[in-house]
Design a binder for this molecule. Structure first.
Ligand code: S3P
Length: 749
């Protein structure tokens, strides 16, 4: 995170004229140094028990000078208590008579309840300028010589201000920490101590205890000698300062005891599972933990569910030319994968899913249901086992549900959660946070839901539970399967009948899967209706290969000379086959064989060979049936003879990116001119596709479309910001390379 120095640069002088640091150890010394280097403090003075440390502090340039506590505190407008927690009382008693009336007092200790208790006792209350602080940074080193000015850069600092905090004091202290490179969060004392007990104190306790246990075993030398990296990583924190940690545990006693009890119970259950040879129980816990670990790193990085914090953005490098050949099965259908988890979770019984898309979007959905207490095993090679909790069995999630890049997840969840007895909050990555949610929030409100959106109807969504929903009839203004599905899911819980009319056919996976789970959906021309109050019965779901992923290869093999490719087990639901209809109208050679129906969804094998494509006026009724395939269809249009015109596709502007503009910009970057219209685009085919650099704007389908364009390019193409390809098509690069696209994925530097 960028340090926010705006507050300080706007300010005439330094934030604080004199800062007094009591205790010049690692944290006090580092804050002194960082404050001096930031120029936000006029003078930094310190007091410490060790005169040697103070002298070293001056010598190393950490502080401007030092003195006794009385000397440094008198006249200071900021006092930082940076002594071990147990020494706080003594320090406060000593400095109390010398604290100026406007002084800001803070500390850096790891527990806040104990600090506030001492403040109350010694100062006779908690004054509005006493703002406890806790930088989440440190190292195993001690002393002023280890002080580093960058110790807090990109770290978090938690401030726990009193309710009647002095706003100016809080703002200056916040600016100082930000000037030292930190991100500042504020929370209550109780919350801080709970959070830290779980995330820091318990792990330290376990590390100390584990090393101690093993050190006491016979042959301990052997154990430590052969201990592998995992043991070393895991127990690194057992090298921390014992005195400091003894203080922390005693001062955060209650919160720590609570998490220890929780942990003990869970550990006892694992012990019991091992004793009873209950492999299923072990697998359940381990796979849930692994997924949670993975999920947290994504959530914290605020990115699509995709990249974890350590990962850099991905760039595709493409060499021009090539032809496409092979026999492939692309990953499972995204829409069906999402729905399989949702309905499976709400069903009675165990649902087995095969062919599940292990892409980041559907994994986000899977994790969200785990967060609501559903036990889900896998995914393991596309196999997922969901232990349904029944229509009323979901539990309140402990925090916001993070849905990564997935608009489908957010819109469908909103319908489902609007009817639950608990409150919930839905968040997502930067792209999802810009997408319109009013289209689901408005009709749900008409059913009685209480939903708060962010500015302009965007996420986050806060959904108030415990509402009674009533069925409505809704005439959708846009043809959206997400809106339709959202309302049908809410309708499962509503009183009476919920019916949705669509202005044009959209994908009907929800309706088909509900029927598959034994929940009748009445379908009458363009209207789908459900009666609330029924139940779902678990079953088996075979997820076909995603036609939206197959689309890249349908276009690739059509435009690249000498191509012949077979795609297996592709979902051929008539509400999804617009891409095949449009390509065929353009002259593509696509042969459909082995048509069959699996689990309520039609499936077929497709053989596609190169063909001379020609431009067409895309029939408007095909637009919703090919809504996700337009980026790659634009590439087909650029390679066709003559003009292709798309109209009635304004929805493309509110997908993961504005797909009309972003594609037009990308095509321009490789030398292809187009004309953008409010609801579509005009592309004159036959222009040379040159080399160039394209920005995908983090949109998976844009990135993959330009990988396809390289087949007909005359120079190298580079596509930036491609990590999100993993939202819908894990393994794309390998499959593209295997079939003949000259692609490499690299981390951007
Ligand atoms: C989807 C519906 C479509 C589509 C999206 C998946 C679904 O969105 O673009 O990728 O699974 O219901 P809209 O219904 O908003 O057009």
């Amino acid at each position: 995170m960028e340090p926010d120095v705006s507050a300080s640069s706007a300010q005439a002088g330094p934030l604080f004229a004199r800062m007094a640091v009591i205790g010049l150890g690692l944290i006090g010394g580092s804050l002194a140094r960082a404050a001096r280097e930031s120029g936000l403090v006029g003078q930094v003075l310190a007091a410490d028990r060790s005169e040697d440390e103070l002298a070293r502090g001056v010598e190393l340039g950490v502080i401007d000078g030092y003195g006794t506590m009385e000397e440094v505190v008198s006249g200071a407008d900021l006092v930082v208590v940076a002594v071990p927690v147990r020494a706080t009382r003594e320090v406060l008693e000593q400095i109390r008579p010398f604290l100026g009336p406007d002084v800001v007092l803070t500390d850096v200790g790891s527990t806040k309840g104990s600090f506030v208790a001492v403040v109350n006792e010694v100062l006779g209350g908690w004054p509005p300028r006493v703002i406890p602080g806790h930088p989440i940074a440190g190292s195993e080193k001690n002393g002023v010589s280890a002080a580093r000015g960058d110790l807090f850069a990109d770290h978090k600092v938690i401030l726990t201000p009193p309710e009647d905090v002095d706003a100016d004091a809080l703002s200056r202290l916040t600016s100082l920490w930000q000037g030292c490179g930190a991100t500042v969060l504020t929370m209550s004392v109780a919350r801080h101590d709970e959070v830290l007990a779980a995330t820091s104190h318990l792990p330290h306790l376990i590390a100390f205890s584990l090393v101690d246990t093993l050190a006491g075993e016979d042959q301990n030398m052997e154990i430590f000698r052969y201990a592998a990296g995992g043991f070393r990583d895991f127990t690194r924190i057992a090298a921390s300062d014992p005195v400091m940690w003894h203080d922390i545990f005693l001062s955060n006693r209650e919160a720590v005891l609570r998490v220890i009890d929780h942990f003990n119970d869970d550990l006892a259950q694992l012990r019991q599972a091992i004793d009873a040879q209950d492999g299923d129980a072990l697998l359940r816990v381990f796979s849930r933990a692994r997924a949670a670990r993975h999920h947290f790193s994504k959530m914290l990085s605020g990115q699509a569910y995709v990249t974890d914090m350590s990962q850099k953005p991905v760039r595709f490098r493409l060499q021009p030319g090539g032809s496409i050949a092979g026999d492939i099965r692309v990953p499972g259908d995204k829409s069906i994968s999402h729905r399989s988890i949702m309905l499976g979770a709400l069903a009675d019984g165990v649902t087995e899913v095969e062919g599940f898309l292990e892409g980041e979007d559907s994994l986000a959905t899977l994790q969200a249901f785990r967060d609501m207490g559903v036990t889900i095993e896998g995914p393991d090679n596309g196999h997922v086992r969901i232990r349904g909790v029944g229509m009323n069995g979901l539990q309140a999630p402990r925090g916001p549900l993070y849905l990564g890049n997935s608009g489908t997840a957010m819109r469908l969840f909103t319908g489902l959660l609007a009817a639950q007895p608990f409150d919930s909050e839905l968040t997502g990555d930067a792209s999802l946070s810009r997408r319109p949610m009013g289209r689901v929030a408005d009709p749900l409100r008409a059913m009685g839901a209480v939903i708060e959106t962010g500015e302009g109807g965007t996420p986050p969504l806060r959904i108030r539970g415990g509402q009674t929903l009533s069925g409505i009839h809704y005439d959708m203004p846009v043809a959206s399967a997400q809106v339709k599905s959202c309302l049908l899911l809410a309708g499962l819980y509503a009183e009476g009948m919920t019916s949705v009319h669509e202005p044009a056919p959209t994908r009907d996976h929800t309706e088909r899967m509900l029927e598959g789970f034994g929940y009748h959906v009445h379908r009458d021309a363009a209207t789908a209706s459900v009666n609330g109050g029924g139940k779902l019965t678990a079953g088996r779901i075979d997820v076909p290969a995603d036609i939206s992923s197959a689309a890249f290869f349908l276009v690739a093999a059509s435009i690249a000379e000498g191509s012949d490719l077979t795609l297996r087990h592709v979902g051929m639901n008539p509400t999804r086959t617009g891409v095949i209809n449009i390509l065929k109208l353009m002259g593509a050679d696509i042969e459909v064989s082995n048509e069959r129906e699996i689990g309520g969804e039609p499936v077929a094998d497709l053989r596609v060979r190169s063909a001379t494509l020609h431009g067409i006026d895309i029939p408007e009724e095909q637009v919703p049936l090919a809504i996700d395939e337009f980026p790659v269809l634009f590439v087909a249009a650029a390679c066709a003879e003559g003009r292709t015109v798309l109209r009635g596709a304004e929805e493309l502007r509110v997908k993961e990116s504005d797909r009309i503009q972003v594609m037009a910009d990308g095509l321009k970057a490789v030398g292809v001119e187009t004309t953008v219209t409010p609801d579509g685009i005009v592309i004159d085919g036959g222009q040379t596709i040159a080399g160039g650099t394209v920005d995908s704007h983090g949109d998976h389908r844009i990135a993959m479309s330009f990988a396809v364009a390289s087949l007909r390019a005359t120079g190298d193409i580079q596509v930036n910001d491609c990590a999100n390809v993993a939202t819908s098509f894990p393994g794309f690069v390998e499959m593209a390379r295997q079939t003949g696209i000259r692609i490499d994925a690299q981390e951007e530097q």
